[in-house]
Design a binder for this molecule. Structure first.
Ligand SMILES: *Cc1c(COP(=O)(O)O)cnc(C)c1O
Ligand code: SF4
Length: 362
């Protein structure tokens, strides 16, 4: 999407291109995360070639990518199986023809974000918590994302240097937790993040900082010494809600990043989206919970899909979501069962998805 791309360009241009090129020439150092981000795969032809996929996938991918660009870091691509068009990681990022179909009930702002603006880039929907749209840039473009049509260019708090958002937070003593979201807040430089948390720490009623990010999963190299230094310095209580949808996303590099976050005093949670073809089996969901726990991450939410235009092919009937969740509950200890939730425009919290109450006497 246009906004995300322009943000990504801003990120890259923060670097001196000459210093960049000479570092690349030397080739002696590990590339930094910003360079890895700039080097993400964005051409469907390249993705299909790297994964030895049927070239017939390229043309529909190019068409669908016009609405919402392909973007996937190479280390995430490396976790995909070659020659498998049904790979659960690939399905999350490959643009497909089905995205261009218009399906009844699938709209551009399914969660009603545009009705809940409290200040530039600040969404104050839930009691005690305010969500700051810190940036529109993401390390990866997830095809099912409910923000794929979000007008980031106007709505990122960064545009105003945070001022309106910070003023709103300061003026409302009921807000104890600030959630950084986006886009992906860890697309911001460490310097920007520190500016922001310095401002938040100066507001006495703010006790907690939460970060919603896919970086630990899709570009774990982001969890580098600079980011950890920033985190170690933040005095607020820290929660990171990462976003893995499948156990195969969690490899040793992800485990290492999570261990470093834990060591920096962060409580780690995970949210997933239930996606047809990706994780819609009780085995896949159970393996994900187990893999998360081995990484010291607790499953928090399992979202049913937000009905965003272009994502209808990931949708499952709610009865199927409930059935999967019941089977998961029967199989795993309670702390490994994420809450099944749905985003309802205007609701005072995430809404639990519950079926009819069934009492079995057998
Ligand atoms: C999901 C969400 C939150 C956080 O909800 P929790 O139930 O606390 O995880 C806050 N603000 C917005 C706008 C959200 O979408
Ligand atoms: S799901 Fe998160 S990381 Fe993926 S495109 Fe949406 S905001 Fe970005």
């Amino acid at each position: 999407m246009i906004a995300a791309t322009s943000h990504a360009n801003q990120l890259n241009s923060q670097h001196d291109p000459i210093a960049f090129a000479s570092a690349a020439r030397k080739g002696s150092e590990e590339p930094g995360w910003q360079q890895l981000l700039a080097d993400a795969v964005s051409d469907p032809r390249e993705l299909c070639a790297l994964l030895e996929l049927d070239p017939a996938l390229v043309l529909p991918a190019l068409t669908a990518a016009r609405d919402f660009a392909l973007r996937v870091p190479r280390s995430y691509v490396a976790r995909m199986r070659k020659g498998d068009p049904h790979d659960p990681l690939l399905l999350q990022v490959l643009p497909v023809a089905a995205e261009t179909a218009v399906v009844d009930g699938f709209v551009t702002d399914p969660v009603g974000d545009m009705d809940r603006r409290a200040a530039q880039g600040l969404l104050h929907k839930y009691r005690g918590r305010a969500l700051l749209v810190a940036t529109g840039a993401c390390a990866v473009h997830c095809r099912y994302c409910f923000r794929r049509h979000f007008p980031y260019a106007e709505e990122s708090a960064l545009q105003q240097g945070w001022l309106g958002a910070i003023e709103h937070l300061r003026a409302d003593p009921t807000i104890g937790e600030v959630i950084l979201s986006g886009g992906d807040p860890w697309s911001l430089s460490d310097r920007r993040l520190k500016q922001l948390t310095d401002a938040l720490e100066a507001i006495p009623h703010i006790r907690r900082l939460r970060v919603h990010t896919r970086y630990p999963i899709v570009l774990p190299e982001r969890i580098d010494s600079g980011l950890l230094e920033w985190l170690h310095g933040v005095r607020l209580q820290k929660v990171v809600v990462m976003h893995a949808n499948h156990a195969r996303e969690i490899d040793p590099s992800v485990r290492q990043a999570c261990a470093q976050l834990s060591a920096a005093g962060v409580t780690l949670l995970n949210q997933s989206v239930l996606l047809k073809g990706v994780n819609d089996s009780v085995d896949a969901l159970a393996e994900l919970s187990e893999a998360l726990f081995e990484t010291h991450v607790l499953p928090y939410y399992l979202h049913v899909l937000d009905k965003v235009r272009g994502a209808a092919h990931f949708d499952l009937p709610e009865s199927r979501a409930l059935q999967l969740h019941r089977e998961l509950t029967a199989r795993l200890p309670g702390y490994l069962v994420p809450k099944l939730v749905r985003e309802v425009a205007g609701a005072p919290a995430k809404t639990a998805v519950v079926g009819p109450i069934e009492v079995s006497l057998e």
